[in-house]
Structures are given as structure tokens and as C-alpha cells.
Design a protein around this ligand. Structure first.
Ligand code: 6PG
Length: 235
């Protein structure tokens, strides 16, 4: 696990955008398949990316997917796609054909199957799983990541690519990327900021597995954590 710690959430976001641009530059011919998470943390990154790095991003060869989505319409305030579109994708010249929205308004099981097939078709495969170049993950203060919550650890070893899950408190239905394709990614990047996340970050560095975020941090083949100082307090 590589750790990058910055003084503020904004500088953490900037560090991550610059890191992604550097990764995209490794092979100027290749398509760059990146899966985004939602929640509130990535908002700063999306906003900064659109405002300050729009011109230097090779949008023609960036393909955008989602790690997870809430089963709501794209115009809902809860939509992970809606967040990314309003702060980034609707403001930059990425071809519409490069943006693969999870249809939160569709019947969940059908959509999980459709989107699994789409990702399998779009991505290169290794050891039977589609390989993202980068999967950007957040972590909930309960230790969840993607929309795989504590108690749903069976989804970490599901043989499906995307599944239907449910938020344990709100009951909200979600579509979630499962553990195996997350672990298969060339690079898993956690973007975690704020003192509320200090405990879950600490657990990710302890030897024992404790929750989905900790499991991914321990098991993925290449993991980087982009943290602000508040989230890194316990390190
Ligand atoms: C989601 C996310 C989820 C998120 C964490 C952290 O759909 O909610 O994909 O995994 O990354 O819940 O959320 P915050 O950034 O809001 O703390």
C-alpha cells in the first residue's frame, strides 16, 4: 500500500488528479478505463479536475464507469452519476460514447446484469475478470467501500461483476462492483478525507481484516491511499 498525505481535502484532490494524469500519460495510445465512486468526497476532485485540468486530460481515450450507483434516477441528488456529471463530465469534452452510466432508474437486478456484461465487453480481461486501469474508492466510517457494507462480505468473493446491494441503515437499493473485479484492477485508489474517517483508515493499516475497505486494502494487487491529514491522524 502506498500512502499519499496532503494538508487539506483540496490538495488531496489535486494530488489525485495529477496522479491520474500521470498514469494516463504512461501509454499515449491506450484507452484508460477508470471507475468512479460517489458519495461526497470525490466532489472536490471532480470540481477541481473540470476547473483546472480540463485542457490537459486526453478525454478521447478516457472511458468512465462507476463503482456503484444508488438505484435512483440520474437527476436525483443521490445519484453518483449526477454528481460526476454536474461537477465534471458535463463540463469537459469527453465523448458521450466514453461515459457508461449505471442506469439507477432501471430494475436493479436487470441493470446489474446489463452493466456487468457491458464492463466485461469494454475491458481487457485477466484471470477471468475485467481489468480496470483505476478503481477509485471511498470508504464509509462503518468500513464499507463500493456499496459493500459490513455484514455483506460475501459480495467480496461473488462471482458476479456487479450485484444488487442494500444500504443497511436506509435500505436504499444499490448496484455495486464486487470484490474480485476491484482486486483485479491495475490500480485501486482510495480517496479518503476528514477526521470522521480516521478510524476506518487506521483499520486499513492494521494486519487483521476488518470490514470491506480493510479487505480491499489488504488484498488488492496495487493499492494507493490519497488522504488528508485529518483522515491520516491515526497513522
Ligand atoms: C456511495 C459510494 C460509497 C462512498 C462512501 C464514502 O455510493 O456512497 O460509492 O462507497 O465512497 O460511502 O462516502 P462519502 O464520500 O460521502 O463519505
Amino acid at each position: 500500500m502506498e500512502t499519499f498525505i496532503y494538508p487539506s481535502p483540496l490538495e488531496t484532490a489535486r494530488g489525485l488528479v495529477l496522479h491520474l494524469l500521470e498514469q494516463m500519460s504512461h501509454d499515449a495510445e491506450e484507452v484508460f478505463h477508470i471507475a468512479l465512486s460517489g458519495g461526497s468526497t470525490p466532489a472536490l476532485m471532480f470540481d477541481l479536475w473540470a476547473k483546472e485540468y480540463k485542457e490537459v486530460t486526453p478525454w478521447e481515450r478516457v472511458k468512465i464507469y462507476w463503482v456503484d450507483e444508488r438505484c435512483v434516477p440520474p437527476e436525483s441528488a443521490d445519484s453518483n452519476y449526477g454528481l460526476a456529471y454536474s461537477l465534471l463530465l458535463g463540463l469537459v469534452p469527453i465523448p458521450a460514447r466514453n461515459v457508461f452510466r449505471i442506469r439507477g432508474e432501471a430494475p436493479p437486478l436487470e441493470e446489474a446484469e446489463r452493466y456487468s456484461a457491458l464492463v466485461e465487453e469494454q475491458l481487457p480481461r485477466q484471470d477471468g475478470y475485467p481489468v480496470f486501469d483505476v478503481v477509485i474508492l471511498g470508504a464509509g466510517d462503518d468500513g464499507h467501500t463500493s456499496s459493500i457494507f459490513p455484514g455483506q462480505e460475501d459480495l467480496l468473493s461473488s462471482d458476479k461483476i456487479y450485484v444488487v446491494s442494500h444500504h443497511p441503515v436506509s435500505g436504499q437499493t444499490r448496484i455495486a462492483l464486487t470484490g474480485r473485479p476491484i482486486l483485479a484492477a491495475k490500480n485501486v485508489i482510495f480517496l479518503i478525507t476528514g477526521e470522521k474517517k480516521a478510524k476506518v483508515v487506521e483499520k486499513m493499516y492494521q494486519p487483521e481484516l476488518d470490514g470491506p475497505a480493510s479487505y480491499v486494502a489488504h488484498q488488492a494487487r496495487h493499492v494507493e491511499l490519497f488522504l488528508d491529514e485529518e483522515a491520516a491522524t491515526g497513522l
